[in-house]
Ligand binder design. Structure first.
Ligand code: TYM
Length: 331
């Protein structure tokens, strides 16, 4: 039996990067009976950017709705809200004692956020990878389905697991690996020429977007006048369109447009139309279920109540054992 853990921050509705980088794999993994799956909404991680209290809960609801609409099933996975499992905060404190300033300051996500929000470089931002390691290690995960941007955090999780084991002379924590369906970890690009689709980049196609909105966003994608020479190298923003095609379209479609590119016959309008249609094919059924779930909010309550109970059971066991390893003893 393998233990699978992953989470998504509650910073808004989910976009295609979240879906293809993570959520799609959550669903594949829950359908394997040999997996014990924990998938959660990382609302504590979302605190680093000081969300407005009035928006905190609706944001959690949005992500949970997207989880269920995409096919996560509370009968197959433990689906929960991170803050409903407070044990993770205790493990976070303990792991913090073995996490060092130098390595935390060097983390790419920390440097990036510190640059983007110089007015709010808080300690939570610095120790973000430790909380993430706690999320994963608290269920002693073997595999963590995430997109490429989480690679370094996973590496740090393994380091903290190893450090804990070495320090206390135990073989307690597994060293979990990133999983993305046996293929390379993926990064969904933005269609505005930027390397990554992301909420803070403001270039997202959301799972809840309707067909018209998706088509409009895709048709606006950055292109140029087309290649001047046969078989030329694609500039990044064109390569991004092809990366997208490879994820959502069939191989013959990719091959067709590749050939057109190589022969300098490419018509970007055709490519974009095809891309939009293939995205819609994936997202439309999800959008329909989102609308359905929004009309029955009790489904959300039920899903996370069962999920939190299972997650807490697993988390309590870890915290009890970690306390014992560290030398805590009840009177
Ligand atoms: P977050 O909320 O930024 O993103 C959630 C998941 O979506 C993936 N993702 C992408 N994948 C491919 N292309 C993109 N453009 C793209 N954008 C986002 C991310 O890789 C991620 O898998 N720190 C995590 C949340 C977290 C977590 C955890 C994850 C907290 N604790 C424990 C796994 C295990 C984060 O901020 O992801």
């Amino acid at each position: 039996m393998k233990t699978i853990v992953s989470g998504i921050r509650s910073t808004g509705k989910l976009h295609l990067g979240n879906y293809f980088g993570a959520l799609r794999n959550f669903i594949r993994m829950q359908n394997n009976a040999d997996n014990r799956c924990f998938f959660f909404i990382a609302d504590l991680h979302a605190l680093t950017t000081h969300p407005n209290p009035a928006e905190l809960h609706p944001n959690v609801q949005n992500v949970l709705t997207d989880f269920l609409a995409a096919g996560l099933d509370p009968e197959k996975s433990s689906i929960f809200v991170q803050s409903d499992v407070p044990e993770v905060i205790e493990l976070y404190l303990m792991l913090n004692m073995h996490a060092y300033l130098g390595e935390l300051e060097k983390t790419a996500s920390f440097k990036d956020k510190a640059r983007k929000q110089p007015e709010n470089v808080n300690a939570g931002l610095l120790t973000y990878p430790v909380l993430m390691a706690s999320d994963i290690l608290i269920h002693n995960a073997n595999e963590v389905p995430v997109g490429k941007d989480q690679e370094q955090h996973l590496e740090m999780t393994r380091r903290y697991a190893r450090r804990f084991n070495n320090f206390y002379g135990v073989e307690y924590f597994n060293e979990p690996v990133a999983y993305s369906d046996g293929t390379e970890m993926i990064k969904i690009p933005g269609l505005d020429g930027s390397g990554k689709m992301g909420k803070s980049e403001g270039n997202c196609i959301f799972l809840s977007d309707d067909e018209k909105t998706i088509t409009k966003k895709v048709m606006r994608a950055l292109t140029d006048e087309g290649p001047k020479e046969m078989n030329s190298v694609k500039p990044d923003y064109i390569e991004n369109l092809f990366t997208f095609l490879r994820v959502v379209s069939t191989p013959d479609v990719v091959e067709y447009f590749d050939e057109k590119w190589n022969n300098c016959e490419i018509r970007y309008g055709d490519l974009k139309k095809q891309l939009a249609a293939d995205i819609v094919k994936t997202t439309l059924p999800i959008r329909e279920r989102i609308l359905e779930i929004q009309s029955k909010p009790e489904i959300l309550h039920k899903a996370v109540t069962i999920g939190a109970e299972l997650a807490r059971e697993s988390a309590r066991k870890t915290v009890r054992e970690v306390r014992e390893i560290m030398g805590f003893k009840p009177f």
